[in-house]
Ligand binder design. Sequence first.
Ligand SMILES: NC(=O)c1ccc[n+]([C@@H]2O[C@H](COP(=O)([O-])OP(=O)(O)OC[C@H]3O[C@@H](n4cnc5c(N)ncnc54)[C@H](O)[C@@H]3O)[C@@H](O)[C@H]2O)c1
Ligand SMILES: O=c1ccn([C@@H]2O[C@H](COP(=O)(O)OP(=O)(O)O[C@H]3O[C@H](CO)[C@@H](O)[C@H](O)[C@H]3O)[C@@H](O)[C@H]2O)c(=O)[nH]1
Length: 386
Amino acid sequence: MVKICCIGAGYVGGPTMAVIALKCPSVEVAVVDISVPCITTWNNVEKHVCEADIVFVSVNTPTKTRGLGAGKAADLTYWESAARMIADVSKSDKIMVEKSTVPVKTAEAIERILTHNNNRINFQILSNPEFLAEGTAIEDLFKPDRVLIGGRETPGGQKAIQALKDVYAQWVPEDCIITTNLWSAELSKLAANAFLAQISSVNAMSALCEANGANVLEVSYVVGKDSMIRPKFLNASVGFGDSCFQKDILNLVYICECNGLPEVAEYWKHVIKINDYQKIRFVNRVVASMFNTVSGKKVAILGFAFKKDTGDTRETPKIDGCKGLLGDKAKLSIYDPQVNEDQIQRDLAMKKFDWAHPLHLQPMSPTGVKQVSVVWDAYTATKDAQ
Ligand SMILES: NC(=O)c1ccc[n+]([C@@H]2O[C@H](COP(=O)([O-])OP(=O)(O)OC[C@H]3O[C@@H](n4cnc5c(N)ncnc54)[C@H](O)[C@@H]3O)[C@@H](O)[C@H]2O)c1
Ligand SMILES: O=c1ccn([C@@H]2O[C@H](COP(=O)(O)OP(=O)(O)O[C@H]3O[C@H](CO)[C@@H](O)[C@H](O)[C@H]3O)[C@@H](O)[C@H]2O)c(=O)[nH]1
């Protein structure tokens, strides 16, 4: 029986392994994590890694906050420690699958770590980035637009690709499984998110619409009717804000800079700049529409997560919106059925990028922001709101 072990039991590792286990009854699946609550829920890390034929690594890859590339480059601390642990405990040949979103060429560095101990164990590294969206994770995993598997162009690499393909082929049609070389697969994930984040183009257009009496809903509807453009991702918003877009584009910017491509880096940087501008513009419009001050006024915030059907608040634009309103001394009443008060208070007090690390490594619960109340229904939130 093939055994798969996944390192990282978060938004990606958890549902992905649940679906593999469901769809591949002949495969034994284990999910492990460094977070104590996760370990108690899932299982023993080293035993499963040691026994597995295929090890998925689905750990956090947040933006670096210190040192070389701070504020842009991906922090591969968690990745590296997972790779070192695999190297230390392995006693048999393994396929290591990069599930996390990583910079292009990460596999090369990981190969060095894995072969460092050189116990005559053969490691094949595959890049198998995840394209699921939160809130629809299980549907996306059941019916993915595509599954991408990149590997070395050697007989060993091709054999490893086939082994992983055999797992997905249990429920994903063959023509949806794309195989590429390692570097194309690693880069495709960053490229896909950079393209999706061009929702910034619609958001930039919304500013022009507002200045000229055009309606951005009508304009984006017309644009989306072009058969060359898909309408699904053209909804103007107060700025995108999920756990991936910003960090992945910043990482792309850093990679472009490192490759001596400053013009390309600048192009993608603007996607982030427009996003920041859109978030500030929203706060300014709210304040301007309330006689240029929200001081002492109650403002209701309905929904705090970055989108519906998830409790994930990483990079949610509500953080910037709330901080902007608090800066003008508003009183906020926040309601989100999926996010608890402690999380909201932590998000409003934490430094940028801190929320992207495993929970037990985040700063302790800070003292709450006094002008913020977190309530348990929309009626209480909106009562007496201005
Ligand atoms: N969330 C998404 O929608 C999404 C979609 C596609 C890709 N991704 C990518 O997948 C990766 C994981 O994202 P996520 O949202 O699941 O993150 P997450 O924070 O929900 O989960 C990561 C888990 O890894 C654990 N971990 C970290 N280091 C570990 C180690 N050395 N050993 C064992 N466990 C360890 C953490 O404790 C955490 O529970 C990231 O690279 C992200 O960019 C995320
Ligand atoms: O028309 C749109 C669509 C989305 N958004 C915003 O964009 C952000 C991201 O939304 P979405 O893509 O639905 O959420 P995620 O779950 O973060 O999924 C994205 O990020 C994942 C992590 O890399 C990728 O796997 C997915 O393909 C990619 O869609 C959110 O703030 C949305 O509100 C808009 O403003 N307008």
